[in-house]
Design a protein around this ligand. Structure first.
Ligand code: B1M
Length: 210
């Protein structure tokens, strides 16, 4: 099966068809990460380009997101298969004002694949919510932002963690479409993950486990 077919199917929002294509791809022995990186993520990019071009509206985005979640339900168990368990927890959330969760959920799957316990605080998470979720077991806090308007909330959240005296014992990792390495450096984050796979490896390093 050609993964470009999967990418082109995602914008249709037909979750049953998308799910079937993912099952077929895995059944043919394709690597789960290839299904994600060469099928589903290019599919979401296509959705974004259509939205930018004015061909798609919000309902199209929502349908595509639903189809993406259906595909991730199939991929999650195979992506999360792992050997060793890491003895640490990660707090993970999408920052205040931002409702995008597909990327965050992918990061969660990859972190679980590395053995982390993930405290997922969801979307539109205020700085205090990140602060409250940190306990003794938490070594890394992960913040996702997809919008240029919500990127400043990353810095606000880091500030809140700092004010609560937590940044001397947890590391902060940022990512999402609105973030770059330069931006992460500017706000004083400990690390930036351009994608979910890199983010999970980075979390291991930040937690002192790699
Ligand atoms: Co929105 N949206 N959206 N949207 N949406 C984008 C992000 C946009 C780029 C589309 C576009 O114009 N081309 C644009 C942002 C432009 C900007 O600010 N620069 C945009 C806009 C404008 C908006 C609204 C403002 C639209 C409106 O209302 N007029 C609105 C805002 C709502 C809000 O949040 N307050 C809005 C709403 C929505 C929906 C709710 C309809 C829906 C989200 C549904 C959901 O998530 N459950 C949606 C969608 C689906 C998209 C696109 C099409 C797809 C996002 C996505 O899931 N990508 C998106 C265009 C695009 O990204 N191509 C778009 C796939 C996902 C796997 O990638 O999340 O980047 P991503 O995650 C990657 C990496 O970034 C990284 O790992 C992931 C995979 O490797 N990563 C991390 C992510 N988090 C990380 C954290 C880390 C490390 C790595 O460490 C902690």
């Amino acid at each position: 099966m050609d993964l470009a077919d999967l990418a082109h199917c995602l914008p249709s929002g037909d979750q049953e068809r998308v799910r079937t294509l993912v099952v077929q791809a895995l059944g043919q022995g394709l690597e789960p990460l290839d299904v994600l990186n060469r099928g589903l993520i290019p599919g979401m990019d296509l959705v974004g380009r259509k939205f930018q071009a004015g061909e798609f509206y919000i309902p199209h985005l929502l349908l595509a997101a639903r189809a993406m979640h259906a595909a991730l339900d199939v991929l999650r168990p195979v992506l999360a298969e792992t050997g060793a368990r890491a003895a640490a927890a990660v707090v993970l959330g999408t920052v205040a004002g931002d409702l995008h969760d597909i990327g965050k959920n992918l990061v969660k799957i990859m972190l679980e694949g590395k053995g982390f316990e993930v405290r997922d605080i969801g979307i539109d998470a205020a700085p205090e919510k990140f602060v409250e979720a940190v306990d003794e077991e938490v070594k890394v806090v992960g913040l996702s932002a997809l919008l240029s308007t919500t990127a400043p909330r990353l810095g606000d959240t880091l500030e809140a963690l700092d004010k609560a005296g937590l940044l001397n014992r947890v590391k902060a990792m940022v990512g999402g479409g609105a973030v770059t390495q330069a931006y992460a450096d500017k706000i004083g984050a400990d690390g930036y993950g351009p994608d979910a796979v890199t983010a999970a490896d980075l979390a291991l390093k930040l937690a002192g486990l790699a």
